[in-house]
Design a protein around this ligand. Structure first.
Ligand code: DGY
Length: 319
């Protein structure tokens, strides 16, 4: 059967799909295919191995007449109209678990980079602006004993919280639909309302999927409720945050800094105000970007397709 892979990924995925007898076509360009190109590529595909940057809306899906399965090369699948897929018996898969550690590690690195001014001080050092040891310069916030607030305590949120608690003795609060007694037992994490999460956290870290409930949830009123001098870290989806509101609270000094692996759009235009704030660390959506994770993601995404096309249950099936 015909399988489209919408970007170049590690060869293991193609090897597995070809070994299972499928014919693979890979979009080899550096930039994602346009919607028109996606349509041309996918109109007769039986399976698609898609990227989070490919918007598979109902319009496009309706043109893919042979489609039986889409396997997203990501844990998030907000780029796919899953309701349409469900009503048209198109299976959808994703790549959970295999990127948990990598994304949690990246969130840790981003937290440290943001709270200790690593990026702006690195740039000043390299550009020759650093003249002498500065008793009052580059001051950041110590993590020991501070409160870490997790919005969306799923696999990645918990993995990050555990690392931060073990490494830095942080107190962990979390907001989720339901409390989980395991979190309490393992790291002493306390389940709180969103209100309490905002008012009590020194660092608020977002780990929730993008849904209609979470889109733009972090707006001006929510940021105003955050503790003065606190930080925002986002490694989930840029759309959770109202970026204009974020710029405004950062400029006011109400928030002390932000570390963003994700923005809207991606990449963020160079003239966007977030690009020019020295207390904002911006990185290009690299949560899962390790050799180990990307290889395991390629395998899992391919296996989802192989199983679905055989009519078997997929190792990571969303619907
Ligand atoms: C995901 O898998 O959803 C991540 O955002 C990719 O790094």
């Amino acid at each position: 059967m015909k399988v489209i892979i919408t970007r170049k990924i590690l060869p293991i995925a193609i090897e597995m799909l070809e070994a299972a007898g499928h014919q693979c076509l890979v979009w080899e360009e550096q930039l994602p295919p346009s919607k028109e190109k996606l349509e041309q590529l996918c109109h007769d595909a039986d399976g698609i191995l898609s990227m989070l940057s490919d918007p598979f809306d109902s319009d496009l899906l309706a043109k893919c007449k042979n489609l039986k399965v889409i396997s997203n090369y990501a844990v998030g699948f907000n780029n796919i109209d899953t309701a349409y897929c469900k009503s048209h018996q198109i299976k959808v898969g994703n790549t959970p678990d295999v990127l948990t550690e990598a994304t949690a590690e990246l969130a840790m690195a981003l937290t440290l980079a943001t709270t200790r001014n690593i990026v702006c001080s690195h740039l000043e050092t390299k550009q020759g602006h650093w003249k002498t040891w500065e008793p009052m310069g580059y001051l950041g916030m110590s993590l020991e004993g501070k409160t870490l607030g997790i919005f969306g305590m799923g696999r990645i949120g918990f993995c990050y919280a555990k690392k931060m608690q073990r490494a830095f003795g942080m107190n962990v609060l979390y907001t989720n639909r339901k409390p989980n007694p395991e979190y309490e037992k393992e790291i002493g994490a306390k389940w709180v309302s969103l209100e309490e999460l905002l008012t009590s956290s020194d660092i608020l870290s977002l780990h929730s999927p993008l849904t209609e409930e979470t889109r733009n949830l972090f707006d001006h009123p929510k940021f105003q409720k955050m503790k003065k001098g606190s930080y925002l870290i986002n490694t989930s989806r840029g759309e959770l945050v109202d970026q204009d509101a974020l710029v405004s609270v950062l400029k006011q000094g109400h928030l002390r800094g932000a570390g963003l692996d994700v923005t809207t759009p991606e990449p963020l235009p160079l003239n966007h105000e977030l690009q020019n704030l020295s207390n904002v660390v911006l990185i290009p959506h690299i949560g899962s970007a390790t050799d180990e994770s990307r290889e395991a993601m390629a395998q899992l995404a391919a296996q989802n397709i192989i199983n679905a096309l055989k009519g078997e249950s997929m190792p990571a099936q969303v619907i």
